[in-house]
Design a binder for this molecule. Structure first.
Ligand SMILES: C[S@@+](CC[C@H](N)C(=O)[O-])C[C@H]1O[C@@H](n2cnc3c(N)ncnc32)[C@H](O)[C@@H]1O
Length: 368
């Protein structure tokens, strides 16, 4: 196809190709429309989560918009439109003959069951929170400035906890800890462990529940997260063996740790090698460092999949900005194994290996 239209739009000059494949262009436009529709639906899914619309539908008989509104104490006029979007998105089903909507269990487990490995509520929440950072990050592209973790929308912090916690529940004590050399036995006997960049402390609390003879110390640079972690530890009944404190990876207190864990936070740090250097000093001589990092490939093109797209987007909107706000080094959310190894080695840990991989995470062990 060739085009010959005015290329000036006000002061903006625009490029109009004269030769291109119109079928391919049409297919691409279709893809973008799908992405735009999905972006809108993410906001509506968070509304469904926060207002209990999914919870009210889970396990229930098919409902009309009026019945769902009544059960959730919401406005029927809004619920009616929400249901159409959700059915179009394939999140819920519609029965044209009765005008009723239902949430099948294979989707309810993903939208409602917070402890299930299928749970996606956190992913939806954090995706929405990330998009809210767009004005700041757009400006940062020009200035090179950073944006601290704590400057994000509130949904970021809870979304992060709800995103990662199901994976920790399913894997941490079942396969990740057992994959580390000798660590499980130490934790069972009674060990001292630190959780750096612990956020709301999901991983710390899961470990404290599983290993009651051990003592756990969670540290994070974000005061709001530490406050929340303390509350959650109380609620989980482990406050007697877990301590949460505001501290950075480079200055957290204590020594003689048998295990120091970094769950999805090394790549957020602006001085990751200094944090590992500090950890080396705080580690017991035969201690272990566990680095849990997002799934990523060895080559750029290995990240060309939905998980890679999500993490590379998070790198732009959240992780790299935090690193640039707090230091000068930013390894990126999709850092290769070699890049993570280099940080460990710069920090003085010479024995480094990848012990496991899940669809969302890579697990590394590093020792002195
Ligand atoms: C993606 S969140 C992960 C939180 C938690 N580990 C989890 O898995 O749910 C990254 C966390 O690292 C923290 N963080 C970033 N840089 C840090 C630093 N230099 N020292 C301590 N915490 C840091 C942030 O405040 C945030 O809570």
């Amino acid at each position: 196809m060739s085009t010959n239209i005015d290329t000036s739009v006000g002061q903006r000059q625009t490029y109009v190709p004269t030769q291109f494949d119109a079928d391919k262009a049409g297919a691409f436009v279709g893809k973008v429309v799908t992405d735009c529709a999905a972006t809108v639906s993410v906001a509506l899914a968070v509304i469904g989560d926060q207002l209990g619309l999914y919870r009210a539908m889970a396990g229930a008989e098919p409902l009309t918009s009026g019945e769902l509104a009544e059960r959730t104490n919401t406005s029927e006029r809004y619920v009616r439109e929400w249901l159409i979007n959700q059915a179009a998105a394939g999140y819920i089903d519609y029965q044209p003959d009765t005008g009723r909507y239902s949430l099948p269990d294979d989707r309810a487990v993903a939208l409602v069951s917070e402890d299930s490995p299928f749970y996606v509520g956190g992913a939806l929440m954090i995706a929405l929170a990330m998009t809210k950072a767009e004005p700041r990050i757009r400006e940062n592209f020009r200035t090179g400035a950073g944006m601290g973790w704590g400057e994000h929308d509130q949904y970021m912090f809870e979304g992060c906890e709800r995103l990662f916690r199901p994976g920790y529940l399913a894997n941490l004590t079942q396969s990740w800890i057992p994959a580390l050399d000798g660590v499980q036995a130490k934790l069972e006997r009674g060990a001292k462990a630190a959780d750096i960049g612990c956020g709301h402390g999901a991983s710390t609390i899961i470990l404290a529940k599983a290993y009651p003879n051990s003592r756990f110390y969670g540290f994070d640079g974000h005061p709001g997260s530490i406050e929340r972690a303390r509350t959650l530890a109380q609620e989980a009944g482990v406050a007697d063996r877990v301590t949460f404190e505001v501290a950075k990876g480079t200055d957290y207190p204590g020594s003689g740790y048998d295990l120091v864990a970094y769950f999805d936070c090394l790549h957020d740090m602006g001085d990751p090698a200094n944090s590992i250097r500090h950890t080396r000093e705080a580690l017991a001589p035969d201690g272990t460092v566990m680095l849990v990092e997002p799934a990523a490939g060895a080559r750029v093109e290995d990240n060309f999949n939905p998980v890679g797209q999500f993490y590379a987007g998070a790198s732009v909107l959240v992780c790299t900005p935090n690193a640039l706000a707090t230091g000068t080094e930013a390894i990126g959310t999709v850092a290769t194994d070699d890049a993570v190894r280099a940080v460990a080695e710069q920090g003085g840990l010479s024995r480094f290996r990848r012990v496991l991989e899940t669809p969302l995470n890579r697990i590394f062990e590093a020792r002195i």
